[in-house]
Design a protein around this ligand. Structure first.
Ligand code: NDP
Length: 317
């Protein structure tokens, strides 16, 4: 496993990280969480991502329980704040009140004294950015968080936050967490550039498009039982990929990966990691074998010829 600095910080994160969205967070899934996290450590993964809102706190509890048997200094733990955690007017967003209260609640659920990277899960247009940045700065001074980040903020929002932090002498943001995979490339337009200028490293989510970029879903065939594609009631995003044109492209990509002696999951992750602004790709995994297969993508360099071939294959979608 190779490690990269998180943006302009000294923090080293594994090129492949592991997240808990949709995978861990009920009693029945604790076993899967434990096994996948064990496989992650065995493969050198040191970066684990969750959020307060994943199953209203249950995702954090599952991840905290699974991590409790490892030395705290041996891993980097991130969680997030923004989405509703209750029905009240202050139970969501990025106000100082909600951030302070949720940080305490996350620490309890995770069973830890500090969060390594605390992400603002979305932009909150109803709270002044300075209020949010100051709350994050205070949490850092209190040692409850070590670094702060944002998730799915636009280039303009990132630039604005960077400038405010600079003007007010507040600690700079360390990271942005956007979606990025072969089908979702919007960050290439502006976000990567704005982040690089501001010193934020990308921690990209859904790098396998929720499993589509493993090649396991085939055109004209029903998804196999036990896959996220078969149980698509929980999130609608995967449905949008379940089209014959998209799945045909993944089969062609699969052929390319095969010719290189790689799994498509590894080719897809190596493609994401070719961007130097990307600090880590956060995968999900329901089984430990997926963790080891995906972790092996770290360090794979794709040739110019392969990158050109990927662009050609992707053209129809
Ligand atoms: P991926 O694109 O990596 O999809 C993960 C799913 O794909 C797995 O749960 C598994 O599903 C399948 N899969 C993974 N590897 C393999 C493999 N080698 N072979 C076959 N199937 C495989 O990422 P996610 O969409 O799960 O997102 C990852 C993390 O990113 C989340 O856990 C979360 O921490 C973060 N995230 C952040 C968001 C944000 O707004 N900031 C939003 C979404 C995610 P199965 O086996 O069930 O088919």
């Amino acid at each position: 496993m190779k490690y990269r600095n998180l943006g302009r910080t000294g923090l080293k994160v594994s090129e492949i990280g592991l997240g808990s969205w949709l995978t861990y967070g009920t009693a029945a899934e604790q076993k899967a969480a434990d096994e996948c996290i064990e496989a992650a450590f065995e493969n050198g993964i040191n970066f684990f991502d969750t959020a307060n809102a994943y199953n209203r706190g249950e995702g954090e509890k599952a991840m905290g329980a699974a991590l409790s048997k490892y030395e705290r200094s041996s891993y980097v733990l991130s969680t997030k704040v923004f989405f509703p955690m209750g029905e009240g007017p202050n139970d969501y967003g990025l106000s100082r009140k909600h951030i302070m209260e949720q940080c305490e609640a996350s620490l309890k659920r995770l069973g830890t004294d500090y969060i390594d990277v605390y992400f603002c899960h979305r932009y909150d247009s109803s709270t002044p950015v300075e209020e949010t940045l100051r709350a994050l700065d205070d949490l850092t001074a209190q040692g409850k968080i070590l670094y702060a980040g944002v998730s799915e903020w636009s280039a303009a929002q990132i630039t604005d936050a960077v400038q405010i932090a600079d003007r007010r002498n507040l600690r700079p943001l360390a990271s942005n967490q956007p979606i990025y995979n072969l089908f979702e490339r919007y960050i290439e337009e502006e976000v990567l550039q704005a982040s690089e200028k501001g010193g934020l490293g990308q921690v990209v989510f859904s790098p396998l498009a929720q499993g589509i970029l493993t090649g396991k879903y085939k055109p004209g065939q029903k998804p196999a039982e036990g896959t996220r594609g078969a149980d698509n009631s929980v999130n609608q995003v995967i449905n949008s990929y379940m089209r014959d044109d998209v799945l045909t492209v993944t089969q062609e990509l699969n052929g390319l990966a095969d010719s290189l002696g790689l799994k498509l999951s590894q080719l897809s992750l190596a493609w994401v990691l070719r961007q130097k602004g990307v600090s880590s790709a956060i995968i999900g995994a329901s089984r430990p074998q997926q963790v080891s297969e995906n972790a092996a993508a770290s360090g794979i360099e794709l040739s110019e010829e392969t990158l050109t071939e990927i662009e050609r294959i992707m053209e129809p979608v």
